[in-house]
Design a protein around this ligand. Sequence first.
Ligand code: NAD
Length: 478
Amino acid sequence: MALANLIDGAFVPARSGRSLPDYDPATGLQVATLPDSGAADIDAAVAAALRAQPSWAAVAIEERATFLERIADGLAAAASALARLETLDTGKPIDLSSTLDVPRAVRNFRFFAGQVRHDRTDAHHGSDSLNYTLRTPIGVVGLITPWNLPLYLLSWKVAPALAMGNCVVAKPSELTPLTAAALCEVVTAAGLPKGVFNLVHGTGPAAGEPLVAHPQVRAISFTGGTATGARVATTAAPLFKKLSLELGGKNPTLIFADADLPAAAAGAVRAAFLNQGQVCLCGSRILIERSVYEQVRDAIVTDTKALVVGDPMQQGTQLGALISPDHLAKVQGYLALARQEGGAILCGGDRPSLPPPLAGGAFLRPTVIDGLPPTCRTATEEIFGPVATVHPFATDQEAIEIANGVRYGLSASVWTSNLARAHRVSAAVHTGMVWVNTWLLRDLRVPFGGVKDSGLGREGGPHSLEFFSDTRNICIKL
Ligand code: NAD
Protein backbone atom coordinates (compact mmCIF):
# COMPACT_ATOMS: atom_id res chain seq x y z
CA MET A 1 0.00 0.00 0.00
CA ALA A 2 1.57 3.32 -1.10
CA LEU A 3 -0.11 6.26 0.63
CA ALA A 4 -0.24 9.75 -0.87
CA ASN A 5 -0.62 13.32 0.30
CA LEU A 6 -3.90 15.11 -0.43
CA ILE A 7 -3.05 18.54 -1.79
CA ASP A 8 -5.48 20.74 -3.73
CA GLY A 9 -7.88 17.84 -4.23
CA ALA A 10 -5.23 15.54 -5.75
CA PHE A 11 -3.47 12.49 -4.32
CA VAL A 12 0.24 13.13 -4.83
CA PRO A 13 3.57 11.72 -3.65
CA ALA A 14 6.17 13.80 -1.81
CA ARG A 15 7.81 16.28 -4.19
CA SER A 16 11.17 14.75 -3.33
CA GLY A 17 9.89 11.34 -4.41
CA ARG A 18 11.01 9.93 -1.05
CA SER A 19 8.86 7.69 1.13
CA LEU A 20 8.91 6.21 4.62
CA PRO A 21 7.95 2.70 5.77
CA ASP A 22 4.91 2.10 7.99
CA TYR A 23 4.97 -0.96 10.26
CA ASP A 24 2.42 -3.13 12.07
CA PRO A 25 3.73 -3.02 15.66
CA ALA A 26 2.13 -6.38 16.47
CA THR A 27 4.27 -8.23 13.92
CA GLY A 28 7.04 -5.82 13.00
CA LEU A 29 6.07 -6.27 9.33
CA GLN A 30 5.86 -3.36 6.92
CA VAL A 31 2.28 -2.63 5.83
CA ALA A 32 2.57 0.56 3.75
CA THR A 33 4.77 3.39 2.60
CA LEU A 34 3.95 7.04 3.14
CA PRO A 35 5.31 10.21 1.56
CA ASP A 36 8.40 11.56 3.32
CA SER A 37 7.21 15.13 2.81
CA GLY A 38 9.11 18.32 3.44
CA ALA A 39 8.78 22.08 3.25
CA ALA A 40 7.95 22.07 -0.49
CA ASP A 41 4.92 19.83 0.12
CA ILE A 42 3.79 21.99 3.04
CA ASP A 43 4.16 25.12 0.89
CA ALA A 44 2.03 23.55 -1.85
CA ALA A 45 -0.65 22.51 0.66
CA VAL A 46 -0.75 25.94 2.29
CA ALA A 47 -0.97 27.63 -1.11
CA ALA A 48 -3.92 25.39 -2.05
CA ALA A 49 -5.61 26.10 1.26
CA LEU A 50 -5.12 29.85 0.85
CA ARG A 51 -6.71 29.72 -2.61
CA ALA A 52 -9.70 27.74 -1.36
CA GLN A 53 -10.25 29.71 1.83
CA PRO A 54 -12.29 32.74 0.69
CA SER A 55 -14.93 30.64 -1.04
CA TRP A 56 -15.06 28.08 1.81
CA ALA A 57 -15.54 30.91 4.32
CA ALA A 58 -18.45 32.14 2.20
CA VAL A 59 -20.23 28.76 2.29
CA ALA A 60 -23.29 29.01 4.54
CA ILE A 61 -22.93 27.42 7.98
CA GLU A 62 -25.79 25.05 7.21
CA GLU A 63 -23.96 23.81 4.14
CA ARG A 64 -20.65 23.41 5.97
CA ALA A 65 -22.47 21.40 8.64
CA THR A 66 -23.98 19.21 5.93
CA PHE A 67 -20.46 18.51 4.59
CA LEU A 68 -19.40 17.39 8.07
CA GLU A 69 -22.38 15.07 8.27
CA ARG A 70 -21.50 13.62 4.89
CA ILE A 71 -17.97 12.93 6.13
CA ALA A 72 -19.46 11.29 9.25
CA ASP A 73 -21.66 9.12 7.01
CA GLY A 74 -18.64 8.13 4.92
CA LEU A 75 -16.66 7.15 8.01
CA ALA A 76 -19.62 5.24 9.46
CA ALA A 77 -20.07 3.32 6.21
CA ALA A 78 -16.39 2.27 6.33
CA ALA A 79 -16.36 1.65 10.09
CA SER A 80 -15.20 -1.95 10.18
CA ALA A 81 -12.47 -1.40 7.57
CA LEU A 82 -11.30 1.69 9.46
CA ALA A 83 -11.17 -0.23 12.75
CA ARG A 84 -8.96 -2.88 11.12
CA LEU A 85 -6.65 -0.21 9.68
CA GLU A 86 -6.37 1.49 13.07
CA THR A 87 -5.51 -1.79 14.77
CA LEU A 88 -3.01 -2.72 12.04
CA ASP A 89 -1.25 0.62 12.43
CA THR A 90 -1.29 1.03 16.21
CA GLY A 91 -1.38 -2.52 17.61
CA LYS A 92 -4.42 -1.63 19.73
CA PRO A 93 -7.14 -4.26 20.25
CA ILE A 94 -9.75 -4.44 17.51
CA ASP A 95 -12.45 -4.27 20.21
CA LEU A 96 -11.10 -0.83 21.14
CA SER A 97 -10.76 0.46 17.56
CA SER A 98 -14.27 -0.63 16.74
CA THR A 99 -15.96 0.58 19.94
CA LEU A 100 -13.93 3.71 20.73
CA ASP A 101 -11.68 5.08 18.00
CA VAL A 102 -13.91 4.82 14.96
CA PRO A 103 -17.31 5.56 16.56
CA ARG A 104 -15.79 8.59 18.24
CA ALA A 105 -14.37 9.87 14.93
CA VAL A 106 -17.84 9.60 13.39
CA ARG A 107 -19.33 11.32 16.43
CA ASN A 108 -16.78 14.15 16.28
CA PHE A 109 -17.99 15.15 12.81
CA ARG A 110 -21.68 14.84 13.75
CA PHE A 111 -21.14 16.66 17.03
CA PHE A 112 -19.43 19.69 15.47
CA ALA A 113 -22.04 19.82 12.69
CA GLY A 114 -24.60 20.32 15.47
CA GLN A 115 -22.39 22.61 17.53
CA VAL A 116 -21.77 25.05 14.67
CA ARG A 117 -25.45 25.14 13.77
CA HIS A 118 -26.27 26.22 17.31
CA ASP A 119 -23.34 28.55 17.81
CA ARG A 120 -24.12 32.10 18.90
CA THR A 121 -22.17 35.20 19.80
CA ASP A 122 -22.55 37.98 22.35
CA ALA A 123 -24.22 41.36 22.10
CA HIS A 124 -23.70 44.15 24.64
CA HIS A 125 -26.36 46.85 24.81
CA GLY A 126 -25.37 50.19 26.34
CA SER A 127 -27.11 53.56 26.58
CA ASP A 128 -25.00 55.00 23.77
CA SER A 129 -23.86 51.94 21.84
CA LEU A 130 -24.66 48.46 20.71
CA ASN A 131 -21.74 46.06 20.51
CA TYR A 132 -21.88 42.66 18.91
CA THR A 133 -19.28 39.99 18.34
CA LEU A 134 -18.65 38.74 14.87
CA ARG A 135 -16.92 35.39 14.57
CA THR A 136 -14.72 35.04 11.50
CA PRO A 137 -12.58 32.18 10.20
CA ILE A 138 -8.88 32.38 11.02
CA GLY A 139 -7.81 31.36 7.52
CA VAL A 140 -5.46 28.43 7.08
CA VAL A 141 -4.90 26.29 10.17
CA GLY A 142 -2.33 23.55 10.81
CA LEU A 143 -3.32 20.39 12.68
CA ILE A 144 -0.66 18.05 14.08
CA THR A 145 -1.67 14.79 15.73
CA PRO A 146 -0.05 11.84 17.56
CA TRP A 147 -0.16 8.08 17.06
CA ASN A 148 -2.12 6.91 20.08
CA LEU A 149 -5.66 7.78 18.89
CA PRO A 150 -4.96 8.60 15.26
CA LEU A 151 -8.37 9.07 13.62
CA TYR A 152 -10.13 10.04 16.86
CA LEU A 153 -7.80 13.00 17.51
CA LEU A 154 -7.46 14.06 13.88
CA SER A 155 -11.25 14.23 13.47
CA TRP A 156 -11.50 16.12 16.79
CA LYS A 157 -9.55 18.95 15.15
CA VAL A 158 -10.60 18.70 11.50
CA ALA A 159 -14.34 18.92 12.22
CA PRO A 160 -14.38 22.20 14.19
CA ALA A 161 -11.67 23.74 11.97
CA LEU A 162 -13.77 23.16 8.84
CA ALA A 163 -17.02 24.05 10.60
CA MET A 164 -15.69 27.53 11.34
CA GLY A 165 -14.80 28.20 7.71
CA ASN A 166 -11.05 27.56 7.85
CA CYS A 167 -9.02 25.58 5.37
CA VAL A 168 -6.84 22.86 6.82
CA VAL A 169 -3.36 21.45 6.41
CA ALA A 170 -3.12 18.34 8.58
CA LYS A 171 0.06 16.44 9.49
CA PRO A 172 -0.73 13.10 11.17
CA SER A 173 1.84 10.99 12.99
CA GLU A 174 4.28 9.26 10.65
CA LEU A 175 3.83 6.12 12.77
CA THR A 176 0.09 5.83 12.06
CA PRO A 177 -0.82 7.22 8.64
CA LEU A 178 -3.41 4.62 7.55
CA THR A 179 -6.68 6.05 8.86
CA ALA A 180 -5.56 9.59 8.00
CA ALA A 181 -5.17 8.39 4.42
CA ALA A 182 -8.61 6.79 4.61
CA LEU A 183 -10.07 10.07 5.89
CA CYS A 184 -8.69 11.77 2.76
CA GLU A 185 -10.69 9.32 0.63
CA VAL A 186 -13.85 9.94 2.65
CA VAL A 187 -13.46 13.73 2.53
CA THR A 188 -12.92 13.58 -1.23
CA ALA A 189 -15.97 11.34 -1.71
CA ALA A 190 -18.03 13.78 0.40
CA GLY A 191 -17.38 16.39 -2.30
CA LEU A 192 -15.51 18.93 -0.20
CA PRO A 193 -14.16 21.63 -2.56
CA LYS A 194 -10.51 21.06 -3.49
CA GLY A 195 -7.95 22.72 -1.27
CA VAL A 196 -10.27 22.99 1.75
CA PHE A 197 -8.78 19.91 3.40
CA ASN A 198 -5.15 19.05 2.70
CA LEU A 199 -3.13 16.36 4.40
CA VAL A 200 0.63 16.02 4.27
CA HIS A 201 2.34 12.90 5.60
CA GLY A 202 5.85 12.88 6.99
CA THR A 203 8.01 13.24 10.06
CA GLY A 204 7.79 15.97 12.67
CA PRO A 205 11.09 17.69 11.86
CA ALA A 206 10.68 17.48 8.05
CA ALA A 207 6.94 18.15 7.61
CA GLY A 208 5.58 19.26 11.00
CA GLU A 209 8.10 21.99 11.59
CA PRO A 210 7.65 23.83 8.26
CA LEU A 211 3.89 23.74 8.91
CA VAL A 212 4.36 25.38 12.31
CA ALA A 213 6.86 27.88 10.86
CA HIS A 214 4.78 28.79 7.80
CA PRO A 215 3.87 32.49 8.13
CA GLN A 216 0.51 32.08 6.40
CA VAL A 217 -0.68 29.33 8.73
CA ARG A 218 -2.35 31.46 11.38
CA ALA A 219 -3.16 28.80 13.99
CA ILE A 220 -1.66 25.50 15.09
CA SER A 221 -3.59 22.89 17.00
CA PHE A 222 -1.08 20.37 18.30
CA THR A 223 -1.55 17.17 20.29
CA GLY A 224 1.57 15.26 21.28
CA GLY A 225 4.42 15.12 23.75
CA THR A 226 5.40 17.97 26.06
CA ALA A 227 8.94 18.31 24.65
CA THR A 228 7.56 18.57 21.10
CA GLY A 229 4.91 21.02 22.31
CA ALA A 230 7.65 23.25 23.74
CA ARG A 231 9.40 23.22 20.37
CA VAL A 232 6.16 24.02 18.54
CA ALA A 233 5.53 26.91 20.94
CA THR A 234 9.06 28.25 20.44
CA THR A 235 8.63 28.29 16.67
CA ALA A 236 5.10 29.70 16.69
CA ALA A 237 5.45 32.37 19.39
CA PRO A 238 7.42 35.01 17.39
CA LEU A 239 4.89 34.61 14.57
CA PHE A 240 2.01 35.35 17.00
CA LYS A 241 0.02 32.34 15.91
CA LYS A 242 -2.95 31.06 17.80
CA LEU A 243 -1.78 27.94 19.57
CA SER A 244 -3.55 25.04 21.20
CA LEU A 245 -1.30 22.49 22.89
CA GLU A 246 -2.66 19.20 24.21
CA LEU A 247 0.38 17.54 25.78
CA GLY A 248 1.46 14.78 28.13
CA GLY A 249 0.19 13.65 31.50
CA LYS A 250 1.10 11.67 34.61
CA ASN A 251 -2.38 11.44 35.98
CA PRO A 252 -3.28 10.35 39.50
CA THR A 253 -6.06 7.97 40.47
CA LEU A 254 -6.99 8.73 44.10
CA ILE A 255 -8.80 5.96 45.96
CA PHE A 256 -10.24 6.83 49.38
CA ALA A 257 -11.22 4.20 51.94
CA ASP A 258 -14.88 5.22 51.70
CA ALA A 259 -15.08 4.40 47.97
CA ASP A 260 -16.82 1.42 46.42
CA LEU A 261 -13.49 -0.43 46.53
CA PRO A 262 -14.05 -3.17 43.91
CA ALA A 263 -15.34 -0.52 41.47
CA ALA A 264 -12.39 1.73 42.30
CA ALA A 265 -9.87 -1.08 41.74
CA ALA A 266 -11.51 -2.00 38.42
CA GLY A 267 -11.64 1.68 37.43
CA ALA A 268 -7.98 2.15 38.30
CA VAL A 269 -6.98 -0.84 36.17
CA ARG A 270 -8.99 0.42 33.21
CA ALA A 271 -7.49 3.91 33.61
CA ALA A 272 -3.96 2.55 33.82
CA PHE A 273 -4.01 0.11 30.92
CA LEU A 274 -6.53 1.16 28.27
CA ASN A 275 -4.78 1.31 24.89
CA GLN A 276 -1.68 -0.31 26.53
CA GLY A 277 -1.47 2.73 28.83
CA GLN A 278 -0.96 4.95 25.81
CA VAL A 279 -3.71 7.52 26.43
CA CYS A 280 -2.66 10.98 27.62
CA LEU A 281 -5.37 10.65 30.31
CA CYS A 282 -4.22 7.27 31.63
CA GLY A 283 -4.02 7.05 35.41
CA SER A 284 -0.45 5.84 35.84
CA ARG A 285 -0.12 6.83 39.53
CA ILE A 286 -2.55 5.04 41.79
CA LEU A 287 -2.82 6.62 45.25
CA ILE A 288 -4.62 4.50 47.85
CA GLU A 289 -5.65 5.45 51.39
CA ARG A 290 -3.40 3.57 53.80
CA SER A 291 -6.18 1.82 55.79
CA VAL A 292 -7.27 -0.08 52.66
CA TYR A 293 -3.92 -0.08 50.85
CA GLU A 294 -3.10 -3.80 50.76
CA GLN A 295 -6.69 -4.78 49.99
CA VAL A 296 -7.07 -2.40 47.03
CA ARG A 297 -3.53 -2.95 45.73
CA ASP A 298 -4.06 -6.72 45.71
CA ALA A 299 -7.40 -6.34 43.89
CA ILE A 300 -5.65 -4.16 41.30
CA VAL A 301 -2.95 -6.77 40.82
CA THR A 302 -5.54 -9.56 40.48
CA ASP A 303 -7.54 -7.57 37.90
CA THR A 304 -4.35 -6.65 36.02
CA LYS A 305 -3.17 -10.26 35.82
CA ALA A 306 -6.53 -11.20 34.32
CA LEU A 307 -6.13 -8.83 31.35
CA VAL A 308 -5.78 -10.67 28.06
CA VAL A 309 -2.61 -9.64 26.17
CA GLY A 310 -2.31 -10.89 22.63
CA ASP A 311 -3.27 -10.64 18.99
CA PRO A 312 -4.82 -7.19 18.52
CA MET A 313 -6.97 -8.47 15.64
CA GLN A 314 -8.53 -11.13 17.89
CA GLN A 315 -11.81 -10.23 19.56
CA GLY A 316 -11.49 -10.43 23.34
CA THR A 317 -7.90 -9.18 23.42
CA GLN A 318 -7.63 -6.39 25.99
CA LEU A 319 -4.02 -5.29 25.47
CA GLY A 320 -2.28 -5.38 22.12
CA ALA A 321 1.17 -4.17 21.10
CA LEU A 322 2.86 -0.91 22.00
CA ILE A 323 3.38 1.48 19.12
CA SER A 324 6.93 0.45 18.17
CA PRO A 325 10.04 -1.46 19.28
CA ASP A 326 11.65 1.91 20.12
CA HIS A 327 8.79 2.84 22.39
CA LEU A 328 8.84 -0.62 23.99
CA ALA A 329 12.56 -0.13 24.72
CA LYS A 330 11.80 3.25 26.31
CA VAL A 331 9.12 1.70 28.54
CA GLN A 332 11.43 -1.18 29.47
CA GLY A 333 14.07 1.41 30.35
CA TYR A 334 11.63 2.76 32.94
CA LEU A 335 11.16 -0.75 34.36
CA ALA A 336 14.93 -0.97 34.85
CA LEU A 337 14.88 2.48 36.45
CA ALA A 338 12.02 1.42 38.74
CA ARG A 339 14.09 -1.53 39.98
CA GLN A 340 17.07 0.79 40.60
CA GLU A 341 14.80 3.17 42.48
CA GLY A 342 13.76 0.33 44.79
CA GLY A 343 10.42 -0.62 43.21
CA ALA A 344 8.90 -4.10 43.51
CA ILE A 345 7.17 -5.34 40.35
CA LEU A 346 3.97 -7.02 41.55
CA CYS A 347 2.86 -8.24 38.13
CA GLY A 348 3.90 -7.90 34.51
CA GLY A 349 7.21 -6.34 33.60
CA ASP A 350 7.93 -9.09 31.10
CA ARG A 351 6.99 -9.81 27.51
CA PRO A 352 4.38 -12.48 26.73
CA SER A 353 5.54 -15.30 24.49
CA LEU A 354 3.26 -15.24 21.49
CA PRO A 355 3.33 -17.44 18.38
CA PRO A 356 4.58 -16.13 15.01
CA PRO A 357 3.92 -13.68 13.43
CA LEU A 358 3.34 -11.95 16.78
CA ALA A 359 6.67 -13.11 18.21
CA GLY A 360 8.33 -9.99 16.79
CA GLY A 361 5.68 -7.61 18.12
CA ALA A 362 6.13 -4.84 20.69
CA PHE A 363 4.15 -6.54 23.47
CA LEU A 364 4.57 -6.00 27.21
CA ARG A 365 2.49 -7.39 30.05
CA PRO A 366 0.68 -4.78 32.14
CA THR A 367 2.87 -3.89 35.08
CA VAL A 368 2.09 -2.72 38.61
CA ILE A 369 4.97 -1.41 40.73
CA ASP A 370 4.89 -0.95 44.49
CA GLY A 371 7.36 0.46 47.01
CA LEU A 372 8.49 3.58 45.14
CA PRO A 373 8.53 7.05 46.67
CA PRO A 374 5.96 9.22 44.84
CA THR A 375 8.71 11.72 44.06
CA CYS A 376 11.00 9.35 42.15
CA ARG A 377 11.45 9.54 38.37
CA THR A 378 9.38 6.43 37.62
CA ALA A 379 6.46 7.92 39.56
CA THR A 380 6.70 11.43 38.11
CA GLU A 381 7.77 11.09 34.45
CA GLU A 382 5.35 10.18 31.67
CA ILE A 383 6.08 6.58 30.63
CA PHE A 384 3.12 6.27 28.23
CA GLY A 385 2.96 2.50 28.45
CA PRO A 386 1.29 -0.27 30.48
CA VAL A 387 3.04 0.66 33.72
CA ALA A 388 1.37 1.96 36.89
CA THR A 389 2.85 2.70 40.30
CA VAL A 390 0.88 2.35 43.56
CA HIS A 391 1.42 4.58 46.59
CA PRO A 392 -0.23 4.80 50.02
CA PHE A 393 -1.42 8.07 51.58
CA ALA A 394 -2.60 8.85 55.12
CA THR A 395 -4.68 12.03 54.77
CA ASP A 396 -6.58 13.95 52.10
CA GLN A 397 -3.88 16.60 52.28
CA GLU A 398 -1.14 14.08 51.59
CA ALA A 399 -3.09 12.62 48.66
CA ILE A 400 -3.49 16.08 47.16
CA GLU A 401 0.20 16.87 47.65
CA ILE A 402 1.26 13.66 45.90
CA ALA A 403 -1.29 14.26 43.11
CA ASN A 404 0.09 17.76 42.54
CA GLY A 405 3.75 16.81 42.89
CA VAL A 406 4.46 16.43 39.16
CA ARG A 407 5.08 18.85 36.30
CA TYR A 408 1.94 17.64 34.52
CA GLY A 409 -1.67 18.62 35.15
CA LEU A 410 -3.96 16.94 32.66
CA SER A 411 -6.54 14.88 34.56
CA ALA A 412 -7.28 13.07 37.80
CA SER A 413 -9.73 10.39 38.85
CA VAL A 414 -11.11 10.54 42.40
CA TRP A 415 -12.89 7.56 44.00
CA THR A 416 -14.94 8.29 47.12
CA SER A 417 -18.52 7.98 48.37
CA ASN A 418 -18.20 11.22 50.36
CA LEU A 419 -19.68 14.05 48.30
CA ALA A 420 -17.97 16.81 50.26
CA ARG A 421 -14.60 15.10 49.84
CA ALA A 422 -15.23 14.65 46.12
CA HIS A 423 -15.81 18.41 45.72
CA ARG A 424 -12.93 19.37 48.00
CA VAL A 425 -10.35 17.12 46.37
CA SER A 426 -11.55 17.96 42.84
CA ALA A 427 -11.05 21.65 43.58
CA ALA A 428 -7.60 21.07 45.09
CA VAL A 429 -5.91 18.99 42.38
CA HIS A 430 -4.12 21.03 39.74
CA THR A 431 -5.45 19.46 36.55
CA GLY A 432 -7.64 20.52 33.66
CA MET A 433 -10.09 17.68 34.25
CA VAL A 434 -11.26 15.57 37.19
CA TRP A 435 -13.43 12.48 37.05
CA VAL A 436 -15.26 11.35 40.19
CA ASN A 437 -15.99 7.62 40.53
CA THR A 438 -15.29 7.16 36.83
CA TRP A 439 -12.63 7.77 34.20
CA LEU A 440 -12.76 8.83 30.55
CA LEU A 441 -16.47 9.50 30.58
CA ARG A 442 -16.69 12.13 27.87
CA ASP A 443 -19.28 14.78 27.10
CA LEU A 444 -18.03 16.50 23.96
CA ARG A 445 -19.37 19.90 25.08
CA VAL A 446 -17.05 20.27 28.07
CA PRO A 447 -13.61 21.95 28.16
CA PHE A 448 -10.82 19.45 27.46
CA GLY A 449 -7.18 20.27 28.18
CA GLY A 450 -4.49 20.55 30.79
CA VAL A 451 -2.59 22.93 33.03
CA LYS A 452 1.13 23.14 33.84
CA ASP A 453 3.22 21.11 31.36
CA SER A 454 0.13 19.32 30.04
CA GLY A 455 -0.65 22.15 27.69
CA LEU A 456 -2.33 25.35 26.80
CA GLY A 457 -5.91 26.08 25.79
CA ARG A 458 -9.07 24.02 25.74
CA GLU A 459 -10.80 21.94 23.10
CA GLY A 460 -14.37 20.67 23.06
CA GLY A 461 -17.76 22.14 22.20
CA PRO A 462 -17.72 25.95 22.16
CA HIS A 463 -14.02 25.99 23.13
CA SER A 464 -13.05 24.37 19.83
CA LEU A 465 -15.23 26.78 17.87
CA GLU A 466 -13.65 29.66 19.71
CA PHE A 467 -10.13 28.40 19.04
CA PHE A 468 -10.79 27.91 15.34
CA SER A 469 -12.18 31.43 14.83
CA ASP A 470 -11.26 35.04 15.39
CA THR A 471 -13.66 37.37 17.13
CA ARG A 472 -14.27 40.95 16.11
CA ASN A 473 -16.23 43.40 18.19
CA ILE A 474 -18.44 45.75 16.23
CA CYS A 475 -19.56 48.88 18.05
CA ILE A 476 -22.47 50.93 16.71
CA LYS A 477 -23.14 54.35 18.18
CA LEU A 478 -26.77 54.73 19.07
P1 NAD B 1 5.10 13.50 19.50
O1 NAD B 1 5.20 14.82 20.19
O2 NAD B 1 6.34 12.73 19.27
O3 NAD B 1 4.44 13.67 18.05
C1 NAD B 1 3.18 14.27 17.87
C2 NAD B 1 3.11 14.83 16.47
O4 NAD B 1 4.04 15.91 16.36
C3 NAD B 1 3.48 13.84 15.35
O5 NAD B 1 2.65 14.08 14.24
C4 NAD B 1 4.91 14.23 15.05
O6 NAD B 1 5.32 13.89 13.73
C5 NAD B 1 4.84 15.73 15.21
N1 NAD B 1 6.13 16.38 15.48
C6 NAD B 1 7.26 15.86 16.02
N2 NAD B 1 8.23 16.79 16.08
C7 NAD B 1 7.70 17.93 15.57
C8 NAD B 1 8.21 19.24 15.37
N3 NAD B 1 9.46 19.57 15.70
N4 NAD B 1 7.38 20.17 14.84
C9 NAD B 1 6.11 19.87 14.52
N5 NAD B 1 5.59 18.64 14.65
C10 NAD B 1 6.37 17.68 15.19
O7 NAD B 1 4.02 12.68 20.32
P2 NAD B 1 3.61 11.17 20.10
O8 NAD B 1 4.72 10.31 20.60
O9 NAD B 1 3.09 10.99 18.72
O10 NAD B 1 2.34 11.06 21.08
C11 NAD B 1 2.45 10.75 22.42
C12 NAD B 1 2.34 11.98 23.28
O11 NAD B 1 1.16 12.68 22.98
C13 NAD B 1 2.27 11.66 24.75
O12 NAD B 1 3.10 12.55 25.47
C14 NAD B 1 0.80 11.91 25.09
O13 NAD B 1 0.56 12.23 26.44
C15 NAD B 1 0.49 13.03 24.18
N6 NAD B 1 -0.97 13.12 23.95
C16 NAD B 1 -1.67 14.15 24.52
C17 NAD B 1 -3.04 14.23 24.34
C18 NAD B 1 -3.85 15.34 24.97
O14 NAD B 1 -4.99 15.53 24.56
N7 NAD B 1 -3.32 16.08 25.93
C19 NAD B 1 -3.70 13.27 23.58
C20 NAD B 1 -2.96 12.24 23.02
C21 NAD B 1 -1.59 12.18 23.20
